[in-house]
Design a protein. Structure first.
Length: 583
């Protein structure tokens, strides 16, 4: 076992440790590849490690909720010396695409996890699923249903009223087998028949009222092409996939708790028929991620993309992992977040500030510091020689002095932030105004002498004098006591580039709550595109390189739009959480 003792305990870890201590899976047979053939038994005296799986359906891009599940499944396998499988539950050919498969692989790799040879598809097992369905039919555990969807729905019953048996429930195994084989052969149109498990139409759990396990779909599959025209339902396919892959702990979110009796019923029948190995996989449910200020429903994410409320699946405002990557969020931040929120048995809401705080903490540790002026205003130093330039030195990371300092060019014309000058300052304003002195961060002390305005009264330039003996780090610097400290860039050496200021996509904690339209809750200020002035050192930033822009937050060179020598920057998070103050 790895360093699981150093991890925060939770009920899933307790289950796993109890199973390992009891040797529950020590007699399990294992395969080099999944399936009932070519099995290799665990050696005498060996302890079978755990096997988990992350099973996304390739019908969309992964979102923040998936990050929690990924970190849980891969993290547990790593901590207990086991393996985690990446498996695509591709049982719905009408909604699944290779694009989504590729995006999922990319996202899980980006989060820092690897699965070696353990990448599988539900469609890898279609032939076994079909054979198992025939065995269930022959054993009297399944039948072909010929009622319409509406008739089946009407006879299903309610939470307080039992369902009614189908008039086709008592077909003989021979009749059912013949019809099922003809379904496979393509003799019938979509919806003509389905295959149902024969369980109990009076069960208190509606999922056990003869659920559909196969349906006809004349649709091309991204992985199997047109080989099949019948496809298994997820509730049938998923436990079979777990069993064929020798999964020990099948971890699902709470909405699958009502499906567990069906999961167990199916695997018990297939084990009795000699189709799957024992001991069987164990399904355990945990609370899904509920995060404020976002929507994690695939349907709603698709709507946001299709209606162009965002700029595609990797829009940095969208709570997809591809969007988070473009925004500048880090894999380490997500892993910190998953560890911090833990694993619970009941649902709870997590504030977005917790995730943003995890990103901020990691970026604070790792991001080099740079200077950017986002709202530039020209500052002219009248008594500085016009052609002169020199270097000031700024630390690359104030908490990591071993990273050294970098030169920042200084000249007689600078860019400063517009908010750092006020012609008529409010009370308590310590920055630049006529007659006031401030320090240019890492540089000289200056005194403001006036400003120029355009015809509309807007300030277009500020004038000042500098004190030559006041440069930071020189003996005379301490002779000037000032309260204000502002940052700057040499206008001659800085370069202009596009910077995108991203904020939360929604303006309210629970978009669409109370039955409203969640689109109406979009934040109109979630994206601002500006032209900023950046220090020369940033011009060579590589795509996905992250920095702290002093005073402004953490930024990343956009991985899509940046070019060599011309990076475009996205803001990941601000330096402090402003939303908790009632933004």
């Amino acid at each position: 076992m790895a360093d699981s003792e150093s991890k925060v305990s939770n009920f899933i870890r307790n289950i796993i440790e109890a199973d390992l201590a009891a040797g529950k899976y020590a007699s399990r047979t294992w395969s080099g590849r999944p399936g009932p053939a070519a099995q290799q038994k665990v050696g005498a005296g060996e302890t079978a490690a755990i096997r988990t799986r992350f099973p996304p359906e390739p019908n969309g891009y992964l979102h923040f909720g998936h990050a929690k599940s990924i970190c849980l499944n891969f993290g547990l396998a790593q901590d207990y010396g086991g393996a985690c499988h990446l498996r695509f539950d591709d049982t719905n050919p009408e909604k699944e695409e290779q694009e989504y498969v590729d995006a999922i692989i990319d996202a899980v790799h980006w989060l820092g996890w690897a699965w070696g040879e353990n990448q599988y598809f539900a469609s890898d097992y279609f032939h076994w699923m079909y054979e198992f369905a025939e065995k269930l039919i022959e054993a009297g555990h399944a039948y072909v249903e010929s009622q319409s969807v509406d008739e089946m729905r009407a006879s299903r019953g309610t939470l307080t009223e039992a369902g009614k048996n189908s008039p086709y429930r008592d077909r003989t195994p021979a009749e059912n087998l013949d019809l099922f084989r003809r379904m496979k052969a393509g003799e019938f149109p979509d919806g003509a028949h389905v295959l149902r498990a024969k369980i109990d139409m009076s069960s208190g759990n509606i999922n056990l009222r003869d659920p559909t396990i196969y349906r006809i779909r004349h649709a091309e599959h991204h992985n199997t092409g047109n080989i099949w025209c019948i496809y298994p339902m997820y509730a049938y396919a998923h436990p079979i996939e777990d069993a064929l892959e020798n999964i020990t702990h099948s971890l699902c979110t709470l909405e699958f708790a009502d499906q567990r009796p069906l999961y167990d019923w199916l695997l018990d029948r297939l084990a009795d028929l000699g189709c799957v190995n024992t001991p069987l996989p164990q399904q355990t449910e945990f609370a899904r991620l509920n995060l404020t200020y976002v929507v994690l429903s695939k349907r709603k994410l698709v709507q946001l993309v299709d209606e162009k409320h965002v700029d595609g699946w990797d829009d940095p405002r969208l709570p997809t992992l591809s969007g988070a990557r473009r925004r500048g969020f880090t894999p380490e931040g997500f892993r910190r977040f998953a560890e911090m929120i833990g694993v619970a048995k009941s649902d709870a809401w997590i504030d977005m500030s917790v995730l943003e705080g995890c990103m901020r903490d990691h970026l604070n540790e790792t991001a080099p510091r740079r200077i950017a002026v986002l709202d530039p205003l020209k500052l002219i130093i009248d008594n500085y020689p016009a052609e002169q330039a020199e270097e000031c030195f700024a630390p690359n990371h104030p908490q990591q002095p071993d990273l050294g300092k970098r030169p920042v060019p200084f000249s007689g014309e600078l860019w400063i932030e517009r908010e750092d000058f006020a012609e008529t300052p409010p009370k308590g304003y310590f920055r630049l105004f006529p007659g006031n002195k401030v320090r240019l961060r890492y540089g000289f002390v200056i005194e403001c002498t006036g400003c120029d305005k355009d015809a509309d009264g807007k300030v277009v330039a500020v004038y000042c004098n500098y004190f030559a003996d006041s440069k930071s780090g020189t003996p005379g610097a301490d002779n000037y006591k000032v309260k204000g400290n502002i940052h700057w860039l040499s206008a001659r050496h800085a370069y202009a580039t596009e910077v995108r200021l991203y904020d939360r996509l929604f303006a309210v904690e629970a978009p669409g709550s109370g039955g409203g339209n969640f689109i109406a809750d979009l934040n109109p200020n979630s994206k601002a595109v500006i032209t900023a002035q950046l220090e020369p050192a940033l011009k060579d930033a590589a795509a996905e390189e992250r920095f702290q822009f002093e005073r402004h937050g953490y930024f990343v060179a956009d991985r899509v739009d940046s070019r060599p020598g011309a990076p475009v920057f996205n803001r990941a998070v601000t330096l402090k959480d402003s939303w908790s103050k009632g933004k």
